[in-house]
Design a protein around this ligand. Structure first.
Ligand code: GDP
Length: 324
C-alpha cells in the first residue's frame, strides 16, 4: 500500500501541568529554526495579518509542526492532536484518537502517571495505537525517573496492553529547555547528551506509522471533530482516509442516518503551526477543516459523489452526543 511518508498524526496524552504546552511550543520553535524557506514564513505572516483584519483567523484545534529531518530528506508534517487529559462526556477522547496513528504519553518525572490519564490511555490501547512514553521534567530536584517508568509499565499491564504496546520507546525530556534524550539522565538533571528535541523527533518519525492508503480509491474523509467560527460558521475537522478533497469540489455528504446530500466544498483549510490556512487540496492522511456545511456531524463521511462509501461512525462510551 502507498504510504504518506511526509505525514505523522499523533496525539499527546498528558495530565494537566505535565508539560504538554511547553513541549509543543519547543517543537514548533525547533522545527521553525530548521525552516529552509524563510520567505514562505514571511508570506504566511502577511496572509495571517490580512486574515486577522478580516476576522477569519482561527486558532486550530491541532498543531502542525513541519519538521525538517536532520541530515536532509523531505520535510514531515507532524500533526499533533490535543486530547483532554481525562474522561469527558462528549466523546472528545475518541474523536481525538480517531485522527491519529499513535500517541505520546507525556508523564512528569516526579508525579508519575496520574489516574486522570488512565481513561485516555485505556482508549488508546483499546484502539491498538502504539505509544511513545515521554518522561518530562527530568530536571526536577524531586524527580524519580525509574519509579515513574515502572509505574507506567504497571499501568500498561493493568490496562491489558498487548505485547507490542508494552514495548514502548522511552524518551527523557526537559521540555522547558527543549532537550530530549533516549538515554536516561540522573534524577534532577537535564538530559546532557543532546542539545535539542532531535531524539524526540526521530522517535516520532520511526514509531508513529505514516498513513497508508489505497491508491486510486474514491474519496473518503471522516468528520472527526467540530469547531465554530463567527465568520465561517460550523467547521468540520476531517481526516482524509482515501482520495483527495479539493476546494470547490462537489462531494457526497453521507449522514449518520445513511442519507446522502451533494455539497460543495466552499472553504478548505489546513493547519500550519497553530493557525488554519486556506488550502486547495487535502490528500490521504491529511487533517483538514471544511466550512460551509452547517449541519454536518461527527462520524459522518464526505465521499466521492460517483461512489459514496461511508466510513464507520466513531463509537463513544459515554452517553451518546446529541444528534439533532
Ligand atoms: P500542560 O498543562 O501539560 O500544557 O503544562 P505546561 O506546558 O503549561 O507546563 C506546566 C508547568 O510545568 C509550567 O510551569 C512549565 O514551565 C513547567 N514545565 C514544563 N516543562 C518542564 C520541564 O521540563 N522542567 C520543569 N522543571 N518544568 C517544566
Amino acid at each position: 500500500m502507498p504510504t504518506r511518508h511526509d505525514i505523522r498524526n499523533v496525539a499527546i496524552v498528558a495530565h494537566v501541568d505535565h508539560g504538554k504546552t511547553t513541549l509543543v511550543d519547543a517543537m514548533l520553535k525547533q522545527a521553525g529554526a530548521f525552516a529552509a524557506h524563510q520567505h514562505v514564513d514571511d508570506r504566511v505572516m502577511d496572509s495571517n495579518d490580512l486574515e486577522r483584519e478580516k476576522g477569519i483567523t482561527i486558532l486550530a484545534k491541532n498543531t502542525a509542526v513541519k519538521y525538517h529531518p536532520k541530515g536532509g530528506g523531505d520535510p514531515v508534517t507532524i500533526n499533533i492532536i490535543d486530547t483532554p487529559g481525562h474522561a469527558d462526556f462528549g466523546g472528545e477522547v475518541e474523536r481525538g484518537l480517531s485522527m491519529v496513528d499513535a500517541v505520546v504519553l507525556l508523564v512528569d518525572a516526579s508525579e508519575g502517571p496520574l489516574p486522570q490519564t488512565r481513561f485516555v490511555l485505556r482508549k488508546a490501547l483499546q484502539a491498538r495505537l502504539p505509544v511513545i512514553l515521554c518522561i518530562n521534567k527530568t530536571d526536577r530536584p524531586d524527580s524519580r525517573i525509574d519509579d515513574v517508568v515502572n509505574e507506567t509499565y504497571d499501568l500498561f499491564l493493568d490496562l491489558d496492553a498487548d505485547e507490542d504496546q508494552i514495548e514502548f520507546p522511552i524518551v527523557y525530556a526537559c521540555a522547558r529547555d527543549g532537550v530530549a534524550s533516549l538515554t536516561k539522565p540522573a534524577n534532577g538533571t537535564v538530559p546532557a547528551d543532546s542539545d535539542s528535541l532531535e531524539p524526540f523527533f526521530s522517535t516520532i518519525l520511526s514509531n508513529v506509522p505514516a498513513p497508508v492508503y489505497d491508491d486510486g480509491a474514491p474519496l473518503q474523509a471522516h468528520v472527526t471533530n467540530l469547531d465554530a467560527d463567527n465568520f465561517l460558521g460550523r467547521i468540520a475537522l476531517l481526516r482524509v482516509e482515501q482520495g483527495h478533497l479539493r476546494k470547490g469540489q462537489t462531494v457526497a455528504w453521507i449522514k449518520r442516518d445513511g442519507t446522502i446530500t451533494s455539497v460543495r466544498i466552499s472553504e478548505l483549510m489546513m493547519t500550519e503551526a497553530l493557525t488554519r490556512k486556506p488550502a486547495e487540496v487535502a490528500g490521504p492522511g491529511d487533517i483538514c477543516a471544511v466550512a460551509g456545511i452547517p449541519e454536518i456531524m461527527i462520524g459522518e463521511t464526505l465521499a466521492d459523489p460517483e461512489n459514496p462509501i461511508a466510513l464507520p461512525l466513531i463509537t463513544v462510551d459515554e452517553p451518546a452526543i446529541s444528534m439533532t
